[in-house]
Structures are given as C-alpha cells and as structure tokens.
Design a protein around this ligand. Structure first.
Ligand SMILES: Nc1ncnc2c1ncn2[C@@H]1O[C@H](COP(=O)(O)OP(=O)(O)OP(=O)(O)O)[C@@H](O)[C@H]1O
Ligand SMILES: [Mg+2]
Length: 139
C-alpha cells in the first residue's frame, strides 16, 4: 500500500513550450497540494497557464522540471499505456464541449470508462444508471 497525504501534489513544476527557436516559459515553479475530496478552482488571466496546468494534472501533457505525484505515484515520462491507466483510475474530465460519443446512448457513454476497467456489461450498465440517477438524468 502506498501512503500519501495529498491526492495531487505539485512541487516546483516548470513547463516550457517551444515557439519558433525560443522557449516560452509558461509555468514557473508551481507548488500545489490537493487533498482527496477537496474542491479547488484555478483562476487567472487569459494566457496565464491554466490549461497548461490542467493538461499536466490530467496526464495529457508532460512537464519539464519538478515533480507531480498523483495518489503517491510519480507522474513523469510515462508510457502511453501507463498514462492511460492512471487517467482511467484516478482522473475524470468534464470538458466545456462535452465530447460525448454520438453513436452511444447516455448510459453507454457513462459506462465506457468501466469497460476499459474490464467491468462486465451488466455491472457497468447498472453502475452507470445509478450515477445518472444521482444527477437526475436517469429518465
Ligand atoms: N501548444 C502550445 N504551444 C506554444 N505555446 C502555447 C501552447 N499552448 C499554450 N501556449 C501558450 O502558453 C501560455 C499559456 O497558455 P494557456 O492556454 O495555458 O493559458 P490559459 O490560462 O488556459 O488561458 P485562457 O484563459 O485563455 O484559456 C500562452 O502564452 C499560450 O499562448
Ligand atoms: Mg485555457
């Protein structure tokens, strides 16, 4: 069992983008700790690096310096397969454009991550309906 005090921990995170022949230094030493169940919002002016930070937290992009640990696991230089595993196990996304799969119904959209966790069809559909019910979308 891995023991950790924070679900999300960022230590001195730096991120650069390559622009033309220069490096654009976007994140300059971000420190952040978020506990399990904590509700946090990230605010800042346009271009300040919010999306850059969220892409790193969501393991959609990597960083250049520092350390990100998620549930006690160092997140850096992960293979595509490992990144997908940790995204599936620990992360959920609600995008502004909701990215639903149009060829699947609501239940199937909600159940999809469970398919990747190899949960059987009956069980994952039951869970999906329970969660749709919780947010008033069952009908
Ligand atoms: N893929 C990229 N390549 C080069 N520069 C980028 C890239 N993505 C973002 N940037 C630059 O990095 C900086 C931070 O951008 P980011 O999108 O993280 O800001 P933001 O806080 O999310 O802004 P907004 O409020 O407009 O969404 C900006 O200067 C942006 O132009
Ligand atoms: Mg943004």
């Amino acid at each position: 069992m891995i023991v950790y005090t924070h679900m999300i921990q960022l230590q001195d995170i730096h991120k650069y983008y390559a622009v033309a022949h220069n490096k654009l230094h976007v994140l300059k030493g971000i420190n952040l700790q978020i506990q399990e169940g904590e509700l946090v919002s990230i605010m800042g002016s346009s271009g300040s690096g919010k999306s850059t930070l969220l892409n790193i937290l969501g393991i959609l992009d990597d960083y250049d310096k520092g350390l990100y640990t998620l549930a006690g696991t160092p997140i850096h230089n992960l293979s595509q397969a490992k990144a997908a595993y940790y995204r599936n196990k620990f992360l959920g996304f609600v995008f502004q454009s909701f990215n639903l799969l149009t060829f699947k119904n609501a239940m199937e959209n909600v159940a999809l991550p469970l398919y990747y966790q190899k949960v059987g069809r009956k069980e994952r559909n039951k869970l999906a309906m329970e969660y749709l019910d919780r947010v008033g979308l069952k009908e």
